[in-house]
Design a protein around this ligand. Structure first.
Ligand code: C2E
Ligand code: MG
Ligand code: MG
Length: 558
């Protein structure tokens, strides 16, 4: 809009100036520089006005060659020509004389100027249909194509792709490298485009493919996997340039794809794109390459988003607090210490259980913030209790697998120990078997660093994961925590009793102490005692307590 107002103003000014100039030169030089006389008619071959027109004609020719984008330059010859033609017409009407040569030059100049305008318009319109970097059809054409197809009720599948690590590529190798990666990926994807299937470059690092008609899920999945494999080949990067022959640095490219089908999943093109984009988010969260949209997936996403919102609010507004569940020595009932468990109370008084927000937090990075909150608050709250009671109680804190696998975890815990003055020997970190499924090396390094300063490590929920005995033996842990599910049927099932017995035995062979969690009754308690389980935690001797009650328990004579 602004651009066209600007153009209109420039053209008007130019037109005014040139009309003035033409009238002025006509007045000055209506007398011909040279002319021929045919019969009674004198035809001027060159006049000042003619010179001007020749010049603008040459100027136009030049512009056809250079294809200037400048609006001022493009408008100049056309306005001069229009103005001078108007003057010629007036002159002919007034004098009945034909100014033939300048008239011819005016016609040629007009012709050139029109060619320039047409070329420019054509290029502008091509630019508005294609993506500048990849040359693929752009988002506008995608919208039009998909809208049209859905309006006609045609069956189609939409595959929406995202270049997962594009931001990292841009940050690490530079924007130019990012552009070349986009171009390479688009070239690789183009190989799969046929008469029917069309490929589009969407916003950012996204691409879209429309597969018209009804294509079977199996066939589509196999094509999409082929595309992803093809695109995922390495691209070698060199000094911000990407070159196939350079092996200096190479970037991994990975595509993730969400698929939605019309009319099965959506009633119009907007919904169809939204569903495919949701499928991508889901694919990214579940580490899948291709995900077909479905309704349950959307419900899960909604729950995830709601939980994330709750966690952010809770962290910001102090809705989280800690409860402390006591742990006891099995044969003496001596208090060993506490496991801290997070709780969330909303301003309306309702409580949300960690079972609702911990799993979604683990799917996002919010678990790192939660763990930090729990570690800091737990140490800060419990330090004065240790000081006052003068006893060595253990404070056990749950840490997610994701957190313990991050390279700076041990340093972060050390910093909190320093900040709070908490004695490391009274600190225990509870991890689960899942902590060892990814980034085993970093996890073990973190654990070792913490053990070196005296922190203890407990393996929580033991019996629910898949750690092999040989792997378990290599883990640097102090305490094995038998999961409630193994304890539950211990009174009724001989097999469970034998299982628990072997786990306790194995723990002791590994030089670990063993604790059973979720112990609910006296029968379970005496069986565990008989099987030499060192500690117990459960409703039978103590539910999770509010901070004040936990402090009171610590102060009681043992
Ligand atoms: P967990 O670490 O295995 O915690 C034990 C869970 O069992 C707690 O549930 C506890 O209240 C419950 N429990 C303890 N004794 C008994 C019993 O005798 N009977 C029954 N039925 N349940 C018992 P909670 O507090 O709902 O926590 C559930 C899970 O949420 C925890 O399992 C842990 O995985 C996670 N969680 C809780 N607090 C935190 C935290 O601060 N950080 C992290 N990362 N995860 C936490
Ligand atoms: Mg635990
Ligand atoms: Mg547990």
């Amino acid at each position: 809009m602004l651009h066209s107002i600007k153009s209109a103003i420039i053209i008007t000014i130019l037109a005014a100036i040139s009309i003035f100039l033409i009238f002025f030169t006509s007045w000055l030089g209506a007398q011909s520089i040279s002319s021929v006389t045919i019969g009674a008619m004198t035809i001027p071959t060159l006049s000042l006005q003619g010179v001007m027109q020749y010049m603008s004609f040459l100027f136009c020719m030049l512009m056809v060659l250079v294809e200037s984008q400048n609006i001022f330059v493009r408008a100049l010859p056309l306005t001069i020509v229009l103005a001078s033609t108007a003057v010629n017409i007036l002159k002919i009407m007034r004098t009945g004389q034909l100014s033939s040569v300048p008239g011819l030059s005016a016609a040629l100049t007009t012709f050139c100027a029109i060619i320039i305008q047409m070329k420019f318009i054509r290029r502008e319109s091509a630019n508005s249909k294609t993506d500048y970097v990849t040359g693929l059809k752009n988002r506008r054409i995608f919208d039009e194509t998909l809208r049209e197809s859905c309006k006609k009720g045609k069956r189609a599948s939409l595959a929406y792709f995202e270049l997962e690590n594009f931001k990292r590529i841009n940050d690490e190798f530079g924007i130019l490298a990012g552009d070349i990666v986009l171009k390479r990926v688009s070239e690789r994807m183009k190989k799969f485009v046929g008469n029917e299937i069309s490929l589009f470059k969407m916003n950012g690092a996204n691409f879209a493919m429309i597969f018209p008609g009804s294509i079977s899920r199996k066939e589509l999945l196999s094509t999409l996997n082929e595309i992803i494999d093809e695109a995922a080949k390495k691209i070698d990067v060199f000094n911000g340039e990407v070159s196939e022959n350079s092996f200096e640095q190479s970037c991994e490219v990975s595509l993730v794809c969400g698929v939605s089908k019309f009319p099965d999943d959506a009633s119009d093109s907007v919904e169809l794109l939204r569903d495919a984009a949701n499928a991508i988010s889901y694919a990214k969260k579940t580490n899948a390459h291709v995900i077909f949209y479905n309704k349950t997936m959307e419900d899960e996403m909604t729950n995830q988003l709601e939980a994330e919102k709750l966690i952010k609010n809770a962290l910001k507004n102090n809705w989280f607090y800690l409860v402390y569940q006591p742990q006891f020595e099995t044969n003496t009932k001596r208090l060993r210490g506490f496991e801290t468990l997070i709780r969330c109370r909303k301003p309306d008084g309702t409580s949300v259980s960690p079972g609702i927000f911990i799993p979604p937090a683990e799917k996002s990075n919010l678990i790192i913030l939660i763990d930090h909150y729990v570690l800091r608050r737990g140490m800060m709250e419990f330090k004065p209790v240790l000081d006052k009671s003068k006893k060595k109680f253990i404070l056990s804190l749950n840490v997610s697998a994701k957190n313990i696998a991050s390279s700076d975890f041990a340093d972060r815990v050390k910093a909190l120990i320093e900040e709070t003055g908490f004695p490391p020997k009274c600190l225990e970190i509870e991890i689960t078997e899942y902590s060892f499924s990814d980034s085993l090396e970093t996890t073990v390094r973190n654990i070792q660093m913490l053990k070196n300063i005296g922190v203890q490590i407990a393996l929580d929920d033991f019996g629910t994961g898949y750690t092999s005995i040989s792997q378990l033996l290599k883990l640097p842990i102090n305490l094995l925590k038998i999961d409630k599910s193994l304890i539950d049927n211990i009174e009724t099932s001989q097999m469970n009793r034998d299982l628990v017995d072997s786990v306790i035995y194995m723990g002791h062979v590994m030089n670990c102490e063993v604790i059973s969690e979720g112990v609910e009754n006296e029968r379970q308690l005496s069986l565990l005692n008989a099987h030499k389980c060192d500690f117990i935690q459960g409703f039978v001797w103590g539910r999770p307590l509010e901070y004040k009650k936990a402090v009171e328990l610590c102060m009681k004579p043992q």
